[in-house]
Design a protein around this ligand. Structure first.
Ligand code: F6P
Length: 327
């Protein structure tokens, strides 16, 4: 793994997203999915599982039986012909994902979503979909995570039959990513200072975008190897709140939960430091984010643009710490 190449991977996000949008405009990569799907089981590890968790939640909310499983779990949904297994692996070689997939090969309908053509995860798959994220030379899953999310939104549209302009969304996300990258000279130094505490970085997001908190925490751990963790915003008042009493608690908050205000109330009381990435969402209580430093970016009022963009903040912070350079 290499921090300079990781940074270059991040800088290539807008172009990669724009290319993905063009591909999605041309063709739906999921058009060959059989009609008779009764259940969707996502398998993956790390960032691949984070993206799957959000996709499964969205599908369930649309009435589709869907679950994201740890590929490493010994217990999982049993295989069946009307189960669609979506095995997600950027490298296509994670042992746990391949092991879980072995239970389904030839017994469930298998879709492999991967960034590596011809990789083991594609063997025996009924359908292979390319993440089209390009090579991640830094060795860290960042564009693949983002492309996985975007492609799973396209899969959701296919499975639910609800029309969605996914290419348009991906284009807006490309612009939002470019905006954060272009203006990093304005915000990154501040973010680095705010988050640079002795006890690590905590990332907080609503359940619908929990992947943003999980991926952010992973980036801080994987690159600069600092302590970091993720928490769901409502659950925060039952879990992380305890840490604010004893630690120098520094957090990135991805707004959008109806419980943003509840978490921020504790933050203000305890004098914790919070960087809110994006603005208060419509319907949020007035002053819900009061006490947080706020970082806005183009398109952040759209929760789906946020889903495809906001991890870039933690990724750029991680890249800078990792390379040991100042912003
Ligand atoms: O998607 P893959 O290639 O199976 O990798 C799963 C996870 O493992 C890692 O490659 C790290 O080992 C992460 O980047 C990723 O989140």
């Amino acid at each position: 793994m290499n921090p300079e190449l990781f940074l270059a991977d991040l800088e290539a996000k807008p172009a990669a997203l724009a290319a993905l949008a063009a591909t999605l405009e041309e063709r739906d990569p999921f058009e060959e999915i059989p009609q008779e799907v009764r259940r969707v089981v996502f398998l993956g590890m790390g960032s691949s599982r984070y993206a799957a968790g959000v996709a499964a939640l969205r599908l369930r909310a649309a009435g589709v039986d869907a679950v994201a499983e740890y590929a490493s779990a010994a217990l999982g949904h049993p295989p069946s012909r009307d189960t669609l297994v979506v095995a997600i692996s950027a490298t296509g070689g994670s042992r746990e994902t391949l092991d879980a997939l072995a239970r389904h090969r030839g017994r469930s309908t298998v879709l492999a979503l991967t960034n590596t053509a011809g990789s083991p995860v594609t063997e025996g798959a009924d359908l292979v979909v390319d993440m089209a994220a390009g090579e991640e030379r830094g060795g860290v899953s960042c564009r693949t995570f983002q492309h996985t999310l975007a492609l799973l939104l396209a899969l959701q549209a296919r499975l639910t039959g609800v029309k969605a302009d996914v290419p348009g969304l991906v284009r807006r996300a490309a612009e939002a990513n470019a905006d954060l990258l272009d203006r990093r000279g304005v915000w990154l130094a501040d973010a680095l200072t705010l988050l640079d505490g002795p006890h690590g970085v905590y990332a907080i997001a609503p359940a619908e975008r929990l992947s943003s908190a999980e991926q952010s925490a992973l980036m801080v751990r994987e690159g600069p190897r600092r302590p970091a963790d993720a928490c769901e915003t409502g659950d925060w008042a039952h879990v992380d709140v305890y840490l604010t009493k004893t630690l120098d608690y520094r957090a990135i908050l991805f707004p959008g939960s109806r419980y943003d205000g509840q978490a921020m109330e504790w933050v203000r009381q305890r004098g914790s430091a919070v960087l809110a990435v994006g603005g208060a969402t419509e319907g949020a209580a007035k002053g819900a984010l009061e006490g947080a430093r706020t970082l806005r970016y183009a398109g952040d009022e759209d929760a789906d643009v946020a889903l495809l963009t906001e991890t870039l903040v933690a990724e750029l912070v991680a890249a800078t710490w990792w390379s040991g350079s100042a912003a």
